[in-house]
Every structure is written in structure tokens, then in C-alpha cells.
Ligand binder design. Structure first.
Ligand SMILES: *Cc1c(COP(=O)(O)O)cnc(C)c1O
Length: 383
């Protein structure tokens, strides 16, 4: 099946007992085990016993994301960061991981504070440069953690090439696929072992649920992630699992429009006299566009741009009426984020500047508004 069909027809879309086209919300924390106590000593296992270990609504979502990413097992967590932390929980003190240097700010923070305190070492590299990845590999290196396109400058990593390096060194290849979603990019096809999502963004799609997902490419690795999910307990609630399942059903329709709008806005910004630079993998000349086009079927709906001065950026954020000046992305509403004060506030200023995340940078997540209205609004906000 093609991915658009799979978004609608998958494990999470029909209820086996009633035929309901929407998975029921099993608002249950515990399940009757009476059936397993039999006088003849035989045991009858019920699938569910306690909702931290498993819940039918969450399971429908977990099977759905596994099917969409082409993996062996899926896991749903209470947030994207909970998914990332739980996946990193499969490693031990003394292990070393390599990350891309411009990963999501919250991932950077948890790796460099919490996990560092517990003895997980890390090295951040420019992952678009394979030599830098190779140079960072040490005897205790266990994983390569990537994000492509990256946040907020939409830098591209060639997944196939990077994961080939990782495989040769025996590393677990992990990628945060939040910006692309499985509709546009399926990293397991390119050699990833674990794919992670903040489903708070495009998968949920309506700015109304916080959720995280992880998919393992093989059962054995999946069991390691499951042990952390069940033991650590940052699981997704049944109602939020249902909201995420519901969001996924319209992903194709939303993204198709949102990325068309993103391209139009990016092209419009490119010729604007107050705009210094535009970052969007759909633009001709975007560094890494060739690699991106080879591994993804679209450029997505997130772009960034720099105004010529910091004042212009701040004025834009204050004046735009259609874009919410907010954190997050991937919802039906257009959002304008200010990375230095929002997603990347936890990264030291000097490090931010080195990465190109300056005070004049704005990130846009294109929503479902009519593009003419958005551009007219942005014109006024930049004027
Ligand atoms: C938002 C985001 C996260 C964190 O997800 P939460 O659901 O906010 O915990 C991780 N990675 C990327 C790329 C994100 O955009």
C-alpha cells in the first residue's frame, strides 16, 4: 500500500469487536485477570493487565506508527521529549553517543544536563559532514542521533550515508523524524534503527495534544525500548492516544496544503528587501536539497528566515496577525517562532551564534490559512 492509503487503513483504524471505524477510548488503568486463575493449573494470559504496560487505545496508535514507519514495534509516550529520554534510556553510564549539533533545543538540554549527570557521554557534530561523524566515533560509542531537516536552519543530513557509517561502527541509528512525518520521509528505509516523533506537531496536527512516539526496526531492539517505556512509565494516556490517531488520519490532506503554502511563503520571502536569507529545503539552491529529495517526498511545512536587523524580526513577531507568535509547529494554525527565546533558549548564546541561530531568525510553520492572506499579513508585518 502507498503511504496515503496506509494513513487510513492500518492497525489503528477499526475496532475488531464492534466494527467501529474509530478506535474506542479504553479509559481503563487495570484489566480483570480472573480468567487466568484456573483450578486445573493452566494459565490463560489476557493481553492487558495494567495500563502502564499496555492499553488497547495506545496499542492501536503504537501499531499505527510502526506500520507507517515500516518498523517492527511502536511505542507511545506522554511527550516527544519523553520518547527521546526513554529511547536514550536503553544506554548505560559510560556509553557515548554522537548527535547532530542542531537538534531540537530540548533534546540538546536533556542530553547535556540530565543524561550527562547519569554518565551518558555525548559529542555534537555537524552531521551533514560524514568525516565529522567518523572522527567522533570512540570505542564506547553506541549511537548516532540525527534530525533532518534540522531545527531551525533546515540543514540536511544524507541518512543513507550517515547510517552506513553508523552500521559499520555497530552503532544504533536514531532519527527524530518530527519535521517530515512518515508521510514524507521513512528513515528505516534508509537504515535507521529507531525513529522518534514529537506527535505534538504534525501527527497530532491540531495544537491540542502533547505526545511522543518511537518505532524500532526490529523486535529485539523494540523490547529494549519497551522495558524503559514500561519501567520509566512516561506513557501516553488513552484519550491522547485517540487524539493522535485522529490527527494521523488527516495528515496527508493537511501536509499537502501546508507544504504548498510553505513553498509559496519561502519564495515570497526570498525576494523581500527586508529579508537576509530564507531556509527551506524546497528552494532551489538550498544546501543538501539533492540529498533531501533522494530521501523524502516533499520539503515539509517548516521554513526559517532572517531579517536584515533584529528590530525587524521583533517587529514582525509583534505585528503579524495571522501567525501566532508561539512555540511548536505542525498545527493547522500558522506559527511564527523566535528560536533564540523559545526552542533554542537553553543553548548558550555563543554556541547558538556559531550555529547560525541569530537574533534575527524567525521560524515559520505554515498552517491551513489561505496563502494570499498569509502573504498579505506578512507584507504588513515586515513593512
Ligand atoms: C517539539 C519537538 C520535540 C519535543 O517534543 P514535545 O512533544 O514537545 O516533548 C522533539 N523534537 C522536535 C524536532 C520537536 O520539534
Amino acid at each position: 500500500m502507498n503511504i496515503g492509503t496506509l494513513l487510513i487503513h492500518n492497525a489503528g483504524t477499526a475496532d475488531a469487536t464492534t466494527g467501529a471505524l474509530s478506535t474506542p477510548i479504553f479509559q481503563a488503568s487495570t484489566f480483570d485477570q480472573g480468567v487466568s486463575f484456573r483450578e486445573d493449573g493452566r494459565t490463560v494470559e489476557r493481553e492487558f493487565d495494567y495500563a502502564r504496560s499496555g492499553n488497547p487505545t495506545r496499542k492501536a496508535l503504537e501499531q499505527t506508527i510502526a506500520a507507517l514507519e515500516g518498523g517492527a514495534s511502536g511505542f507511545a509516550f506522554s511527550s516527544g521529549i519523553a520518547a527521546i529520554s526513554s529511547v536514550l534510556g536503553i544506554f548505560a553510564a559510560g556509553d557515548h553517543i554522537i548527535t547532530a549539533e542542531d537538534i531540537y533545543g530540548g533534546s540538546y538540554r536533556i542530553i547535556n544536563t540530565f543524561f550527562k549527570r547519569w554518565g551518558l557521554e555525548s559529542t555534537a557534530v555537524d552531521a551533514s559532514n560524514l568525516d565529522e561523524i567518523k572522527k567522533a566515533i570512540k570505542p564506547n560509542t553506541k549511537a548516532l542521533f540525527l534530525e533532518t531537516p534540522s531545527n531551525p536552519l533546515l540543514k540536511i543530513t544524507d541518512l543513507h550515508a550517515a547510517f552506513a557509517v553508523a552500521r559499520e561502527a555497530g552503532l544504533v541509528s536514531i532519527v527524530d523524524n518530527t519535521f517530515m512525518t512518515p508521510y514524507l520521509q521513512r528513515p528505516i528505509e534508509h537504515g535507521a534503527d529507531i525513529v522518534i516523533h514529537s506527535a505534538t506537531k504534525f501527527l497530532g496536527g491540531h495544537s491540542d495534544v502533547l505526545a511522543g512516539l518511537a518505532v524500532a526496526n526490529a523486535e529485539a531492539l523494540g523490547r529494549e525500548v519497551y522495558r524503559v517505556q514500561n519501567g520509566f512509565g512516561a506513557v501516553l494516556a488513552p484519550w491522547d492516544s485517540w487524539l493522535t490517531l485522529r490527527g494521523i488520519k488527516t495528515l496527508k490532506a493537511r501536509l499537502a496544503i501546508q507544504q504548498k503554502t510553505a513553498l509559496a511563503v519561502a519564495q515570497w520571502l526570498q525576494q523581500h528587501k527586508r529579508v537576509e536569507a530564507v531556509y527551506y529545503p524546497g528552494l532551489e539552491g538550498h544546501p543538501g536539497k539533492e540529498a533531501h529529495d533522494a530521501q523524502a517526498s516533499g520539503a515539509g511545512a517548516v521554513l526559517s528566515f532572517k531579517t536584515k536587523t533584529t528590530e525587524q524580526a521583533l517587529r514582525f513577531l509583534g505585528k503579524t496577525r495571522l501567525a501566532a507568535a508561539a512555540v511548536s509547529l505542525g498545527g493547522v494554525e500558522t506559527i511564527a517562532s523566535y528560536p533564540v527565546r523559545m526552542s533554542h533558549a537553553s543553548i548558550p548564546k555563543q554556541e547558538r551564534e556559531r550555529l547560525g541561530v541569530t537574533d534575527a531568525l524567525i521560524r515559520i510553520s505554515a498552517g491551513l490559512e489561505d496563502v494570499e492572506d498569509l502573504i498579505a499579513d506578512f507584507e504588513e508585518a515586515l513593512a
